[in-house]
Design a protein around this ligand. Sequence first.
Ligand SMILES: C[S@@+](CC[C@H](N)C(=O)[O-])C[C@H]1O[C@@H](n2cnc3c(N)ncnc32)[C@H](O)[C@@H]1O
Length: 231
Amino acid sequence: MKPYINNYEDVFALLDDQASGVFWDGFYQERKRPVPFLTQNTMPDENLAALLKRESSIQTAVELGCGEGRNAVYMAKQGISTTAYDLSSEAIKNAEAFMAHEGVKVNFICQDVIKTPVSGQYDLVYDSGMLHHLAPHRRLTYLELLKKLLKPRGYFGLLCFAWGENCADEIDDWAYYRQKFNAGLAFQKERLYELFSPHFNVLEIRKYQNDIPGTIQGLDFMWACLFQAKN
Ligand SMILES: C[S@@+](CC[C@H](N)C(=O)[O-])C[C@H]1O[C@@H](n2cnc3c(N)ncnc32)[C@H](O)[C@@H]1O
């Protein structure tokens, strides 16, 4: 870390230093936690499958925090030109193996999408479980990134931890920086409106649905959200 604060990026770097979260390469190597996105890592999200079924205008997509590629590969299988980012080289290695097995093409990129610039314009930006692992100050960077990546009227799909489900930290942003370790933040529905409605039209915020054939199960503690760029 630099010794002095000279610009806003230095403030962000200082706050990054106050936050500590999951070490993702270790997480994917050790596979100690039997979470659905590891145990069912070939199945897409039901909300994504439903969106692509009803919205044929989506031709290009980018996924942020794609993990082992289950949603990105699904999008490619639907004929969508797909780019997918994850900061974990272990996750990207497994995603590339899955892609090869399924015989489709996804442009997988190992990169931190918050700290290194991402370019392009897409009909759909998708995030299944990355936002809730970002430190609160980095949500500002995240919002700017979404606005940059979305084409006019483009869609932004999001899955994130829901407050009240006992699945994640139910704390405010100030408490976040007082914790030693952050496993993930839960969001109230009103908070999601507060965060996203100034920037996007809110099309849907509802709980993830189990029992949809061909989709990942056991994520009903998450919000499934759909937003649309205003112009
Ligand atoms: C809960 S996992 C979800 C993985 C995947 N979306 C899925 O549902 O199968 C969150 C993922 O976000 C990635 N991630 C977290 N912060 C990131 C960042 N700043 N840039 C890129 N990827 C990030 C992690 O490496 C991890 O793979």
